[in-house]
Design a protein around this ligand. Sequence first.
Ligand code: HEC
Length: 145
Amino acid sequence: MRARRSLWIVLAVVIAMVMMASAQAPKKEIKRVPIKPTSAASGPEMYKTYCAVCHGTDGKGNGPAADALKVPPTDLTALAGKNGGKYPAMKVSAIIRGDDVLAAHGSKDMPIWGHLFWSISAGHEAEVQQRVANLNKYIESLQKK
Ligand code: HEC
């Protein structure tokens, strides 16, 4: 992990979008941009900065980048509902960290954030854990009742 850190700093990206003005409908394209630093203490700030572009500000999966993806972003407000009413905190944190690779579901559209957080936290594992925990708490707060 440590040896690969500099590589991840170079590769640190989040997704931004450009609207391509074409003759008919504007075409969306996913563009990778350097990751923006955020406070590890703020779940909402990290969510808005890193996740809302795909999952939507409300978490329902309708962010501006959603229709440019092959696989639609998951409705994050329905995670508890799909899990018998219990928010799957362990699973979500594994997904955010990239331990639980969604490519198993045939998608590479969901970025692996563990590496990116590692790079913006300059390799401090405790801070990465804080990021994942606060994001997780924020997503839990979005669950529909
Ligand atoms: C580039 C678009 C994109 C961004 C940005 C993104 N996601 Fe996702 N996410 C997806 C897609 C697409 C899926 C569905 C993947 C699949 O089903 O294979 C997904 C799935 C998930 C899931 C899995 C839910 C389940 O079905 O169990 C979680 C949790 C999740 N994202 C959290 C996040 C968090 C937290 C962030 C921000 C740190 C984030 N995502 C940023 C596209 C994105």
